[in-house]
Ligand binder design. Structure first.
Ligand SMILES: Cc1cc2nc3c(=O)[nH]c(=O)nc-3n(C[C@H](O)[C@H](O)[C@H](O)COP(=O)(O)OP(=O)(O)OC[C@H]3O[C@@H](n4cnc5c(N)ncnc54)[C@H](O)[C@@H]3O)c2cc1C
Length: 308
């Protein structure tokens, strides 16, 4: 498919960030195509929490309602496909997809999210999203007061241990191998909780519910839930391919309006933030959409003046 009409904005990614941007731009009467391959990071979980008015909604239902509402705005359309390359420059981008579409667009908004590298602890994939999670703001309430295992290490562990204690004081820490903790840090943690540094051998579970974490030294830790530090990469290589500046954290560098270092390219959601929550992704999707819209309107206004 080749789109004859130049689109105002191609949004790559149809999670909370991309969908929120599509809603704002549809209401601003911009021609928009949302390209989404439909593999959101939270697909493993049955319920998403903490999104005002949508607490406990399934990720699938969240998307369904969002799309239904966005489809009321006729200038927005959806393409179930993967964007594989973006060429050109501000005002004249060409976006190619895996299924052979080629779309011309004035601006691009990247909202491709982050994704997990394969989980390397045997048994973890079986419980991920059921009783093993990554963010206590998302799933801590459901595991409150339960015996938990925290799989984390280093500086982040020193932050995470006090954080998780707000939901339960019945937790054990596994660093899954020798940690770079200082003696003082180790001492601080051991005063409050059990700390194991042996590598994890496997996780035992039944129907997605973790029963125990088994360490290589033979220690068995019974528990009802796990919080672990995920190993994340950007949801797509596109931001890097088109030259967006990438931070040390692996996220795209944006200004407060969602502008990347590449003119005409905006970014929002997990890929452009360090706060991985749907409502935050939706919020900065909305901000970036308004910024793109302002830029498009200002450019069109300027062109009109040139012709007077
Ligand atoms: C287990 C788990 C539980 C979570 N629970 C909660 C919760 O309870 N509450 C909460 O607020 N947050 C939760 N989160 C975090 C939440 O999922 C993210 O913050 C949110 O999904 C980020 O939205 P996004 O739009 O940036 O990215 P995503 O939702 O990941 O969407 C990105 C989309 O872009 C698509 N995409 C990527 N590359 C391309 C491409 N080249 N072409 C086309 N499409 C592409 C992907 O397939 C995907 O559909 C959870 C996360 C996990 C992992």
């Amino acid at each position: 498919m080749r789109n004859s009409k130049k689109i105002d904005v191609v949004i790559v990614g149809g999670g909370p960030a991309g969908l929120s941007a599509a809603l704002v731009l549809g209401r601003a009467r911009k021609n928009v195509i949302v390209i989404d391959e439909g593999r959101p990071r939270n697909a493993v979980t049955g319920e998403a929490h903490g999104f005002l008015t949508r607490d406990g909604v399934s990720p699938g239902e969240f998307r369904r309602v969002a799309k239904e509402q966005i489809e009321a705005y006729p200038s927005v359309s959806f393409l179930a496909d993967t964007a594989v390359s973006i060429t050109g420059s501000d005002g004249h981008f060409q976006i190619a997809t895996a299924q052979g579409s080629s779309i011309e667009s004035k601006k691009v908004l990247l909202a491709v999210g982050m994704k997990d590298r394969p989980l390397d602890i045997p048994g973890l994939a079986e419980v991920y999203g059921e009783s093993a999670f990554v963010c206590p703001y998302c799933d801590g309430w459901e595991l409150r007061d339960q015996p938990l295992v925290i799989i984390n290490k280093g500086a982040e562990l020193m932050h995470f241990a006090p954080l998780i204690s707000g939901w339960t004081d019945r937790f054990t820490i596994c660093t899954n191998g020798p940690d770079e903790l200082s003696d003082t840090e180790r001492e601080v943690l051991r005063r409050k909780v059990q700390l194991y540094e042996s590598p994890i051998h496997h996780i035992d579970s039944e129907d997605g519910i973790v029963r125990e974490v088994v360490l290589e030294d033979g220690t068995v830790i019974p528990c009802r839930g796990i919080f672990f530090k995920p190993d994340l990469v950007m949801g797509s290589a596109l931001p890097r391919d088109i030259g967006c500046e990438i931070a040390e954290t692996g996220n795209v560098v944006v200004d407060i309006l969602g502008k990347t270092s590449v003119p005409g390219v905006y970014s929002a959601g997990d890929m452009a933030s360090r706060v991985y929550q749907s409502i935050v992704a939706a919020s900065n999707g909305s901000v970036a959409a308004a910024a793109v819209n302002n830029e498009l309107n200002a450019e069109a206004w300027g062109e009109m003046n040139e012709h007077i």
